[in-house]
Design a protein around this ligand. Structure first.
Ligand code: UDP
Length: 422
C-alpha cells in the first residue's frame, strides 16, 4: 500500500505561486531537523561514482544523517571520497556488465546483464534489511533496489531526478520504471514539477500526486568567496583578468548544449567563454568535437576548457554571466541556482524544471533551447546593460536563498523519508 504523505502542501506548487512555502519556518540546523523528526535509519543507493547533480543532492542528505545510515554506490569514483569526507559509511557493489547497460539500453543488452542484476538485487536487499528505509537516488538504483522488495520488505523511496520521456530514455527502461513505481515503490519525490509531471504521464497518476522537493544550494559557500577584487580572483584561476567572461558549468555532453554556446560566442566579438566541467559518462568524442568547433569558428583563443572543478563558487564568482544551454528539458539544473547564489545574472534555456526557477527579466533571462542567435542576443543585452544584469543578479540571489536553501531541502526530504518509514 502506498502511504499518504503530508509534505505535499509544502512542496507541490511553484515557490512564488504558494506563499505558504516561503512561510514555512526554516529548520534551525541540519542535525536539529534530523533529531526532531527522529530520522529513521536509511540505506541510500546511487548508481554513480561520478559527481553529477543527483550525487551532489545525495551528498547533502546522506552527509546530514551519517550516524544511522549508509550509502551503497553501484560504481566507484570520486563521489565515494566526498561522502566519506562527510563521515558517511560507503559500500561499493559493482558489476561491470550491469554498469554497461546504457540509458537507451536495448532488450538484448538488458538480458545479458540479468545474472549481474540478480546478484546486485540480492546484495542491496541483504544490506537493506538492516535499515528502516531504502532510499533510491537514481534510475539504476531504483531498478535494483525496488526489484528486491520481496526480499527486503522495507519501505522504498525514490528521488526522481529525471524527466521520464522518450526524448531522454528508451522504451524498455520507461516501462520498467513505470511498473516498479506502481508495484514496488512506496514514495516518489520528484526534483521538479517537470519531473513529477512526466511521471504522472508515464504512470497515469494524478499530476499533483507526486510531491516535489527542490534541490538545496548552500548560498553561504558562494558568499564566502571574495569577489571584490575580481582581477585577483581571476589571476588565481588563471583566467583573463579583464575580459568579459561567460561561464557554462556542467558535464560536457551533447544535450547540455556546449556547442550552442560556442555558436553564440562566434557572434559576440570580445566575449570569452569558460567551459567548466568534464565528459563524466563517456562523452569524450563530444568534448573533442567542441575543441574542433571552436577552432573552425575561429574563437579558440576566447574559449577556455578548464575541466571539472571542485571550487564552483569561486569559478562562478569570476564570471560576468552564467549560461545554461541544455537542448532538452532540464529536470532541475543545480548550476542555475548556483549561478543565482553567486549573485551573477543567469541566462537559461526555457524548458523543464528551469522555468520553475527562472522568471524572465525578474531573476534571470530565459531563451529558447538550442537557439544560438537568441542566446547571443541575450548575452549581448546583459553585457550592454550592466544595471539590468545587476538587478537580475540581486533578485536571483534573494530567490536562491529563500526558495532553494539546503535547510528547506533537508527538512522536506527528511519529512518524506520519515513518512515513508511509517
Ligand atoms: N559541477 C562541479 N564541477 C564542475 C561542473 C559541475 O562541481 O566542474 C557541479 C555543479 O556545480 C552542479 C552539478 O555539478 O552542482 C551539476 O548539476 P546539474 O543539476 O546542473 O546537472 P546534472 O549533473 O544533474 O545533469
Amino acid at each position: 500500500m502506498r502511504p499518504t504523505i503530508d509534505v505535499s502542501p509544502l512542496t507541490h506548487s511553484l515557490p512564488l505561486a504558494q506563499p505558504a512555502l516561503l512561510d514555512t519556518p526554516a529548520t534551525p540546523s541540519i542535525s536539529a531537523a534530523s533529531t526532531a523528526l527522529a530520522m529513521p535509519s536509511v540505506l541510500f543507493v546511487d548508481q554513480s561514482g561520478q559527481l553529477g547533480g543527483a550525487e551532489f543532492a545525495l551528498l547533502q542528505l546522506a552527509g546530514s544523517c551519517t550516524a544511522r545510515s549508509q550509502v551503497v554506490l553501484l560504481t566507484d569514483g570520486p563521489f565515494r571520497a566526498r561522502l566519506e569526507a562527510l563521515g558517511a559509511r560507503v559500500q561499493v557493489i559493482n558489476d561491470a556488465r550491469v554498469s554497461g547497460v546504457v540509458r537507451q539500453g536495448s532488450a538484448l543488452n538488458c538480458l545479458r546483464a540479468v545474472p549481474g542484476i540478480l546478484r546486485q538485487v540480492r546484495a542491496i536487499a541483504t544490506r537493506a534489511r538492516e535499515f528502516d528505509v531504502l532510499f533510491l537516488n537514481t534510475q539504476k538504483a531504483l531498478v535494483l533496489g525496488a526489484l528486491g522488495k520481496p526480499l527486503h520488505r522495507k519501505p522504498v523511496i525514490w528521488y526522481q531526478h529525471d524527466i521520464l520521456t522518450r526524448q531522454h530514455f528508451g522504451r524498455v527502461q520507461l516501462s520498467i520504471v513505470k511498473w516498479l513505481v506502481r508495484f514496488a515503490v512506496d514514495q516518489v519525490v520528484a526534483n521538479s514539477q517537470a519531473s513529477a509531471q512526466s511521471l504522472a504521464v508515464l504512470t497515469g497518476r494524478a499530476a499533483d500526486s507526486v510531491p516535489v522537493v527542490y534541490n538545496g544550494i548552500d548560498a553561504s559557500a558562494f558568499s564566502r568567496v571574495d569577489g571584490a577584487d575580481m582581477a585577483a580572483l581571476r589571476r588565481r584561476l588563471a583566467l583573463p583578468e579583464h575580459a568579459w567572461l561567460a561561464g557554462l558549468f556542467g558535464r560536457l555532453a551533447p544535450w547540455k548544449g556546449q556547442h550552442i554556446a560556442l555558436d553564440a560566442l562566434a557572434r559576440l566579438p570580445g566575449v570569452h567563454l569558460v567551459l567548466v566541467g568534464a565528459p563524466l559518462f563517456g562523452e569524450d568524442v563530444y568534448a573533442q568535437r567542441l575543441h574542433q568547433q571552436a577552432e573552425q569558428l575561429g574563437i579558440a583563443e576566447r574559449v577556455h576548457f578548464v575541466g571539472f572543478q571542485d571550487d564552483v563558487p569561486a569559478w562562478m564568482k569570476a564570471m560576468d554571466v552564467i549560461l545554461h544551454t541544455s537542448t532538452e528539458p532540464e529536470p532541475f539544473g543545480r548550476v542555475i541556482v548556483e549561478g543565482m547564489a553567486a549573485a551573477r545574472p543567469v541566462i537559461a534555456a526555457a524548458a523543464g524544471g528551469v522555468t520553475e526557477i527562472v522568471r524572465h527579466r525578474h531573476n534571470g533571462w530565459l531563451v529558447k533551447p538550442g537557439d544560438a542567435a537568441a542566446l547571443a542576443a541575450a548575452i549581448g543585452a546583459l553585457r550592454a546593460e550592466p544595471a539590468l544584469a545587476q538587478r537580475l543578479a540581486k533578485q536571483a540571489l534573494a530567490d536562491a536563498q529563500h526558495e532553494f536553501s539546503v535547510e528547506q531541502y533537508l527538512q522536506r526530504m527528511t519529512q518524506a523519508i520519515a513518512q515513508a518509514a511509517r
